[in-house]
Design a protein around this ligand. Structure first.
Ligand code: AMP
Ligand code: MG
Length: 421
């Protein structure tokens, strides 16, 4: 092994292998529709009714028969009043019904004329200023949802609009895949928790633990139940014990830091002792080192644990590498665990308002922001330790290995708003 590059996996190879390990969780649970945002449907949602339930008015106005209005200016008496929430009676011939948006159109009426096109007369009748056409301003029964339609398919990750859809067909509860249980550990003796030591008193060499904050938020947005277990103890026996315990009742143990080649670190040998570990060098920048493993569970781990082993993922420690490998690899992994069908991140194609001459041998994910013209500007410092490059940007430019970018080239852009959860 003289050429270390020979060991590199492409991102697509790494992702395919990782997804092969992400067997969807078997258990589901019923949750309030209010609480189901971002959860993944475990069953198809089929409508037991049609929406809207009846033909109804799209406007405030007058329901009538077109045949009764042969010419503009026809005058009709008003025979009834139908506000939303009530039903009228069959429309008497030669009359109009006062009607409001959403109210059922009375039997016999075939059009609604909006009130702006009707002139109320002093005697209570109305003058219809324009000749109506049949069906005008009527919302048809079932035009939104027909009876028996699958409105949301199993595997859908619920959005605010999807919650509204479910409510519109009367569902107060939804069946979703159970939340993945994730144990989160940080590694590194240099790490200090914000709040524990004020900035002015940080010892030389110490840094604040930033990964813990974004990883926890990312996991929560992906629907996980997170056990934040702090910093892995720096003794081998204590590390083995901590990981073994975490594996019993979690689906995934996620660590950040300590997966670099040759690093002195207790997590790698501990995972090896408890199961198996694969150390991958992925040909992406930032974020080369990545570890996948499986930690065996005790026989009595309990019925709530899927399978006989807990997944292990070790992310690189550099904050940008940690974050980028999370969104590119852990995000799809966790979505697949929940049975989601749409897993690939959203990609948009935008023009580059920059030049990139330093093409790397690895596929690169450059941090960029949209300018006022909708073109992408690169953050000036692309170092994997510079978290500002993420916080100040809108997403990642997916730059193929060895390919320079010229001003005006169209590039693949992964917006953070879609990657955040
Ligand atoms: P490592 O992958 O452990 O070699 O760490 C690479 C770099 O990332 C080092 O500079 C670490 O100090 C830094 N680092 C590791 N973990 C964290 C963390 N949780 N928060 C902020 N920086 C970290
Ligand atoms: Mg470290």
């Amino acid at each position: 092994m003289t050429d270390p590059a020979a060991k590199l996996k492409t991102l697509d190879e790494a992702l395919a292998q990782l997804m092969g390990y992400a067997v969807p969780l078997a258990a589901s649970e019923s949750v309030s529709t209010f609480d189901a945002d971002r959860r993944v449907l475990a069953r198809d949602v089929v409508s037991g009714l049609q929406v809207p339930p009846l033909d109804n008015s799209a406007m405030d106005g007058y329901a009538l028969r077109c045949a009764d209005v042969p010419s503009a200016g026809t005058v009709l008496p008003v025979s009834q009043r139908i506000p939303a929430g009530s039903t009228g009676t069959a429309l008497a011939a030669g009359t109009a019904a006062r009607i409001f948006t959403g109210a059922p159109v009375p039997e016999g009426a075939d059009a609604v004329v909006m009130q702006e096109d009707c002139e109320p007369l002093d005697d209570g009748r109305i003058r219809v200023r324009a000749v109506p056409t049949p069906g005008q301003s009527i919302r048809r029964a079932g035009e939104d949802v027909a009876l028996g339609t699958t409105v949301l398919a199993r595997g859908t990750r619920l959005t605010p609009a999807a919650l509204g859809m479910a409510a519109s067909i009367g569902l107060a509860q939804l069946t979703v895949t159970r939340r993945p249980r994730v144990a989160l550990f940080s590694t590194g003796d240099e790490l200090v928790m914000p709040g524990e030591v004020p900035p002015a008193q940080m010892r030389p060499g110490a840094i604040y633990n930033s990964n813990r904050f974004f990883l926890r938020a990312l996991l929560q947005r992906l629907g996980c139940e997170v056990s934040d277990l702090g910093i892995v103890p720096d003794r081998q026996d204590a590390t083995v014990q901590a990981l073994r315990t975490a594996a019993q009742h979690h689906d995934l143990v996620l660590t950040s830091g300590g997966v670099s080649v040759g690093e002195e670190d207790h997590v790698k040998p501990a995972v090896q002792a408890l199961g198996r570990l694969e150390l991958w060098q992925i040909a992406i920048k930032p974020g080369k080192p990545f570890a996948y493993g499986a930690i065996a569970r005790d026989a009595d781990a309990g019925a709530d644990a899927d399978g006989t082993a807990c997944h292990f993922i070790g992310l690189p420690g550099n904050p940008v590498s940690s974050l980028v490998t999370f969104v590119l690899l852990v995000r799809p992994f966790l979505l697949q665990l929940q049975g989601a069908t749409r897993i690939a991140p959203a990609v948009v194609h935008l023009p580059a308002a920059f030049e990139w001459k330093r093409a790397d041998r690895r596929r690169e994910f450059l941090r960029a922001r949209r300018n006022a013209d909708g073109a992408l500007e690169l953050f000036p410092n692309q170092s994997s330790g510079v978290l500002t490059s993420v916080a100040a940007c809108d997403g990642l430019v997916d730059t193929p290995a060895g390919q320079p970018i010229a001003h005006g080239d169209t590039v693949r852009f992964l917006p953070f708003e879609d990657l955040w959860g």
